[in-house]
Design a protein around this ligand. Structure first.
Ligand code: SF4
Length: 388
């Protein structure tokens, strides 16, 4: 069990962040925000994939004018990302956004900071201070020689003080760095100095492959230590991939139980079939099913396969010409290679029904999942045959 850092709780619309709230997943649209239709399509897509909160960039007045419609029809809490402009910040607040991402230091004029802080407080709108290695104040870079973790933390505490001196404390903070060890060090240090909720991310993490790995290490390390209340995986890729990666990070740490967990062997010279193709097909077809949290194993041979397949809710271990199907730890039967996926999915549907019946269902999601072979109920299945 991960013991989470005690942070203060804030709310972004209907989503609680910090305290004992579940760790939420955020992403950001890539459309021009003033293109309301295109932005809403992306907001809905991200929400459908599992984003709890979506951020939109508001660099121009036209973007701010689009916010009321996006907030009204978005279906998830919307955060407006503002830089420099008190006018855009005020327009976003008036539009009813659920949160601002704004660094008060960028606005420079104390009157403007006060104006935004007071308006946000009256409306109950939180502000995320987003310190970023790439846009750190030049004086801090000069002081530390480069954007170190200490420089990020000093900047974050200073930005927080600019809001706190106006009595505004409805804050969450990020200290993002593209260098993973610096990012980890910055968040660890900040977590020791404040109880504000922390928004985790590796900034400019890169393309899908590299960015997911960097983010999983940076965000995952901190989450495993109990640090972090909301996350964004920043990728140079479709934003949907950010949400998928975020979900996978949380699932891998046991911080979110949702959908399926695919256990698949890496294949080797013992494999009796094309494990890559089999796992890809299983994943593609299962993604389209509405399954409660469950583990599905796809294993390439009879040597190491049965153990993993038996431990999963549903599993297959391939043998020559056919594979052995397991459900909840029991051997169900042998299935020819060309029918393995169909048999697996048929069994998955049945197990899903049992899990739903057993689990505590809250808002359509099963919140309690008992593992795999530990349930030990034998399923009838139509496609088995005696071992040859
Ligand atoms: S399960 Fe079998 S095929 Fe897959 S990696 Fe292990 S030994 Fe190789």
């Amino acid at each position: 069990m991960i013991k989470r850092r005690k942070s203060r709780q804030i709310r972004v619309g209907g989503v609680a962040i910090g305290g004992d709230a579940p760790i939420s997943i955020q992403s950001m649209t890539t459309t021009k925000t003033d293109d309301v239709d295109a932005t809403l399509v992306q907001v809905h897509e991200l929400a459908t994939q599992g984003a709890d909160i979506v951020r939109v960039a508001v660099p121009h007045e036209a973007d701010a004018r689009a916010l009321p419609a996006i907030v009204r029809d978005g279906g998830v809490p919307i955060i407006a990302d503002i830089h420099f402009s008190v006018r855009l910040a005020m327009m976003a607040l008036e539009a009813g956004v659920h949160g601002l991402r704004l660094n008060p230091g960028n606005m420079r004029n104390p009157k403007h900071i006060k104006e935004v802080a007071e308006s946000a407080r009256q409306r109950g709108i939180p502000i995320r201070i987003g310190v970023n290695a790439g846009s750190l104040d030049r004086k801090l870079v000069a002081k530390y020689g480069r954007p170190t973790s200490d420089a990020l933390v000093e900047s974050a505490l200073y930005e927080m003080s600019l809001l706190q001196e106006h009595g505004f404390d409805d804050i969450k903070v990020s200290v993002k760095h593209q260098n993973v060890p610096e990012m980890i060090a910055a968040y660890r240090s900040l977590a020791d100095k404040t109880d504000v909720p922390l928004h985790l991310g590796v900034t400019e993490a890169g393309t899908l492959k590299q960015g997911v790995i960097k983010s999983a290490i940076g965000i995952g390390t901190l989450l495993a230590e109990g640090i972090g209340d909301t996350i964004r995986v920043s990728l140079t890729a479709d934003s949907v991939e950010e949400v998928k990666a975020g979900k996978q990070i949380l699932k891998s740490l046991g911080l979110r139980e949702e959908g399926f967990d695919l256990v698949a062997c890496p294949s080797c010279g013992r494999a009796e079939l094309d494990v890559f193709a089999l796992a890809d097909e299983v994943e593609a077809r299962i993604e389209k099913m509405d399954l409660p949290p469950m583990q599905i194993a796809v294993m390439g041979c009879e040597v190491n396969g049965p153990g993993e397949a038996r431990d999963a809710d549903i599993g297959i271990a391939a043998g020559p010409g056919r594979g052995l199907l397991f459900a909840k730890g029991k051997q169900i039967g042998w299935v020819p290679h060309d029918k393995l996926v169909d048999a697996l999915l048929e069994a998955a549907e049945r197990i899903a029904g049992e899990i739903r019946a057993e689990g505590d269902v809250v808002d359509g999601k099963v919140s309690v999942v008992k593992g795999a072979g530990r349930r030990n109920a034998l399923l009838p299945i139509s496609m088995g045959g005696p071992p040859g």
